[in-house]
Ligand binder design. Structure first.
Ligand SMILES: Cc1ncc(C[n+]2csc(CCOP(=O)(O)OP(=O)(O)O)c2C)c(N)n1
Length: 521
């Protein structure tokens, strides 16, 4: 067994069964090993941003990491933005980065770079394997480090890959169980929740708000008359009929400040104390009111289920029936097409157990409330603010859940960062419907321009042209078709509803280019 084979076998022994790849010369022995080692599904992506976004979407839905194979420093650099998003969302990932053979580095050949330096800021653990007999052990450590919430980046020099590894592969790695939340902390949370103060329980962040967790949180909130909320961009939330009624903190700091103004005690489960997404002149960065106390009941890496269970017991909350959404599907829209009418059609036709990947930016604001009472689905959020995540996360989600319909809600501007995802959707025949909210604008930056107060809030002609992506108009139907994805354009609510209905009733990749107005019209 050579190093690459022992590495691949170690990954598959631990249940890492998918590798999103874009290889080069230094990774050819790894690529060769894909035909020698069974059990690894390798998925080719045409840009590394697609790879890391797909690994993110996969891990959120499979609840275990995927691996990536990246080509030296530049390949890792291309992947960086979506590794950042995953790190912010506490999504695990095992990155394998090929490097030159160890003895070749001193010659400073063109692709030589400081890979560890590039990997450091977006990884919790970085290591360069130094010999073929170490690579399986190093891979096992990478898997352990990734656990369920972290980014591990392992460099694989070409000679480590092709050299013999007499020690062979490592057996399955057991990831340590999450630490229990101590009884004293639970007791402190109970005391705060019973203090008579105005309490809010905020759940989310990198913690999945599953159906069960939502129900438990609802029982707890009722037991102590607390408000229940997620942060703005929790990593994964179970929504729709039968799921708990949980508010979502608004994105705009002004609105969030207003929403939180009476909160005196905030109990945090996975979520962090809320802050403004950006700083603005004369707007507070921390948006809880002065005097509001924050208490961390459980962090992402701790045992969230145990913490919720202990709290339920301590509060006697088990007798409460969770407050859940009844199925209430809105009407099929007619008339002009905008984010709201598109949202109505999406809510109406959303099939049971769909996965919604939201990177629709301003248009997504309309879809979230409209689908709250739709059929049961999971919703994945953009966790790190770096756009170009949605289409690629859709690829990963569809590979993790082949039986579920994946719907990517995507802004036209955001789509263009990882548009190559469409090609992988077609090649892998993934059941993904992409809705492009084509407003021909960078709409949120346009709004943000005014909010920052730059140039009195009124863009000059140069600034305005930096926020306008309608010249030339982008033809997403042609782009999709050019990458093997069938696509249609919708310009009215009726057209959109008919196309979305048809997409929900068939399988395979599909794109709807929905022409909608931007926030500014
Ligand atoms: C990597 C990265 N580059 C730039 C930005 C800044 N940015 C935020 S939203 C946005 C445009 C989004 O446009 P679109 O997807 O069309 O959504 P819309 O705002 O029109 O709703 C940009 C450029 C970012 N967040 N991340």
């Amino acid at each position: 067994m050579n190093g690459a084979e022992s590495l691949l076998t170690t990954l598959t022994n631990s249940g890492i069964e998918v590798c999103f790849t874009n290889p080069g010369t230094s990774e050819m022995h790894f690529v060769a090993a894909l035909d020698e080692v069974e059990g690894m599904r390798c998925v080719l992506c045409l840009f590394e941003g697609v790879i890391s976004g797909a690994a993110d979407g996969y891990a959120r839905m499979a609840r275990k990491p995927a691996s990536t194979l990246l080509h030296l420093g530049p390949g890792l650099g291309n992947a960086l933005a979506n590794v950042h998003n995953a790190k912010k969302g506490c999504v695990p990932m095992v990155n394998i980065v090929g490097d030159h053979a160890t003895y070749h580095l001193e010659y400073d050949a063109p692709l030589t770079s400081d890979i560890e330096g590039i990997a450091g800021p977006v990884s919790h653990w970085v290591h360069t394997s130094s010999a073929p007999e170490h690579i399986a052990r190093d891979a096992a450590e990478a898997i352990r480090q990734a656990g369920t919430h972290r980014i591990a980046t392992l460099m694989l020099p070409a000679d480590v890959s092709w050299g013999e590894n007499p020690a062979g592969a490592e057996p399955a790695v057991s990831t340590p169980a999450p630490q229990s939340v101590p009884a004293q902390r639970v007791a402190e949370a109970v005391a705060r929740l019973r203090s008579g103060s105005n309490c809010m329980i905020m759940i989310g962040g990198g913690t999945e708000v599953s159906l069960e967790r939502g129900h438990k949180a609802s029982q707890i909130a009722q037991a102590c008359d607390a408000q229940l909320c997620t942060d703005v961009f929790p990593t994964r939330v179970a929504r729709g009929a039968g799921t708990a009624v949980i508010e979502r903190l608004p994105y705009l700091a002004e609105m969030a400040l207003d929403r939180l103004k009476d909160v005196e005690q905030m109990i945090l489960i996975g979520a962090k104390a809320p802050v403004s997404f950006f700083a603005y002149p004369n707007v507070m960065s921390a948006i809880s009111p002065a005097g509001c106390e924050h208490f961390v009941l459980a962090q992402n890496e701790e045992d969230i289920d145990q913490a919720l269970g202990a709290l339920i017991e301590a509060l006697g909350a088990g007798v409460n029936t969770p407050q859940v959404h009844e199925l209430d599907v809105c009407d099929v829209p007619t008339g002009s097409l905008d984010a709201n009418t598109a949202a109505m059609a999406i809510a109406h036709y959303l099939p049971d157990d769909a996965v919604i990947v939201d990177e629709a930016i301003t248009s997504g604001i309309a879809v979230a409330p409209m689908t709250a009472t739709a059929r049961r689905h999971d919703w994945l959020n953009q966790t790190g603010g770096s756009i170009g995540w949605g289409l690629s996360a859709g690829v990963g989600a569809a590979i993790a859940c082949p039986e579920r319909k994946v719907i990517c809600l995507e802004g036209d501007g955001s789509a263009m960062y990882t548009i190559q995802s469409l090609w992988t959707m077609a090649r892998e025949e993934l059941d993904v419907t992409v809705v492009i909210f084509n407003n021909r604008k960078y709409s949120i930056p346009e709004l943000e321009f005014a909010r920052t107060g730059a140039r009195g809030g009124i863009p000059g002609p140069n600034a305005a042209s930096m926020l306008d992506i309608g010249k030339p108009d982008m033809d997403f139907v042609a782009m999709a078709q050019g990458m093997g994805v069938s696509a249609t354009r919708a310009t009215t609510a009726e057209e959109f509803a008919a196309q979305f209905k048809e997409a929900m009733q068939s399988r395979g990749p599909r794109l709807i280019d929905a022409h909608v107005p931007s926030l500014s019209g």
